[in-house]
Ligand binder design. Sequence first.
Ligand code: FAD
Length: 425
Amino acid sequence: GCHNRKYSLQGGNDASKIMSRCLRVAVVGAGAAGLCAAQHVLSRQNTFSPPVVYELTNQVGGTWVYEERVGSHDNSQSIHSSMYRNLRTNLPKEVMMFPDFPFDQHLPSFLPHQEVLHYLERYSQQYGITPHIQFETKVEEVKPVTMEMEEGKVTWEVTSSGGQHGWRTETFDAVFVCSGHYSDPHLPSIPGLENFKGTLLHSHSYRCPESFAGQSVVVLGAGASGLDISIELAGVQAQVTLSHGRPPLRFPLPPQVQQAPPVSRVLEDGAVQFVDGGVARPQVLLLCTGYNLSFPFLGGAALGLQTICPFLHFHTQVQFALAVLEGVVSLPSPAEMEEEVRREMERNMAEGVEPRHLLKMDSAQWGYYQTLARMGGFRPPPPVTQSLYEEVWRQRQNHPQKYRQLNYRLISDIEWEVLEVQPER
Ligand code: FAD
C-alpha cells in the first residue's frame, strides 16, 4: 500500500502531528490520455491512491469511439467523437503505440479506427483501470482550494454529476485534465455565411462519403481531415474544391479534387467567393477548420498541444507530472514559468509563427520529450520513434493517397524497416 508520503500539519493545536497519507489524483476523461494517466498512477501505489477517473460516456476510448449519429445523444449530451467511418490512422501503429504497450503485431501499420478502440479497451482491462472509472459521470467544475493548514498547499475540488452518485464534490491533490480537444468545432467567421443555401457542416459531423456522391463540395481547410475527406469524396465522384491558405499542394491528388485559395465570403445569392475573386456554387460547404480548446469546468483556462505524436506525448507528460507530484522534480515558481512561456511565445512569433499555431510542436516535440525524461528520471522515447515518424510525415506529404499502403517493422531502438506493400483498402 501507500505510506511514504508525510505532511506535517502546522498551526492550530496539531502543530506537532505528522500525518502520513498517499496522494489522491482525479482524472477527467477515459480517452487515451486519461487511461495513460490512470495506468501510471496505479503503477505507483507507494505514493498514490488508486485514481478516480471520471468519464462522461459509458465507455473508454474517447475520440476512438465511433458514433454514427451526429449532434447529440438521447440525453442531449453533445456527441464527443469526431471520428468518421472509414478513418484509418495517419501514424503507423509502431509510432502511435504507448511505448510500454504494443499493438498486436499481426495488424497492418495503419489501422482502421476500430482497432485503436480495441487497443485502448485492452489497455484499460490489462492494467486494471476499468474498475476505477466512474462512467456516465460528468465533471462540472474543477476548483483550486488553498489549504491554510498546509503552508498554502493547493488541493482541488472536483464537482461531478450523473453516474451512481449524482452531484457530489470530492477533493484531490492533483487533477489530470484529459477531456480531449477535438470536440468543439471551430467555425471561421466568413462574412455572409448565412446566405449559403446548400448543406453546411463541420468535419466534426462528417461520417461517410456516400451521401455526397456526385455532389459539388467546397472543403475548407487542408489539414489532416480536410485532405483525407477530400480524397474520400473524390472516391464517390464528388467534385471537390479544396480551399486552403497553404502554398499549392504539389503532390498528386485525384482528378476530382481542385485546389482554390481561402474563401473570402458568401455572396447574397449564396455563391462562395474565394480571395482571388473566383466564385463557386457548391451544394455542400464542408468546414475542416479545426477545433476550439474548450475546458468549461476549468473556468477559462486553456491547455493543450498540437501536431504531436499523441500517445507517446501522453506517456511522457504523465510520467513527468507524476515525478513533480512525487517530488523528484521541483518546478520553478509560477512567475518564472509564466515568464518563460512568455519568452517562448515571443520567440516563436518573431520567427513568424501565427498566434493560432503557437501550440503546435512539430519537430520541437522530440527535444521536449528528452528534456522531460531527463528531468523526471525516466526513459525517453527511443530514437526509432522520431526517425519513423519523420519518414511517415515525408511519405504523407508526397503520397497522401498511398502512404498507408506501407507496413513498417521496428528492428531495434534505432532502426526500422519497410515490409511488403499492402493494397489500400
Ligand atoms: P479524447 O479521446 O477526446 O478523450 C477525452 C475523454 O474525456 C472522452 O472520453 C470524453 O467523453 C471525456 N470527457 C470530456 N469532457 C468530460 C467531462 N467534463 N467529464 C467527464 N469526462 C469528460 N491520433 C493518432 O495518434 N493517430 C491518428 O491516426 C489520429 N487520428 C485522428 C483522427 C481524428 C478524426 C481525430 C479527431 C483525432 C485523431 N487523433 C489521432 C488524435 C486523437 O485525438 C488522439 O489520438 C487521442 O485519442 C486523444 O485522446 P484524449 O484522451 O486526449 O482525448
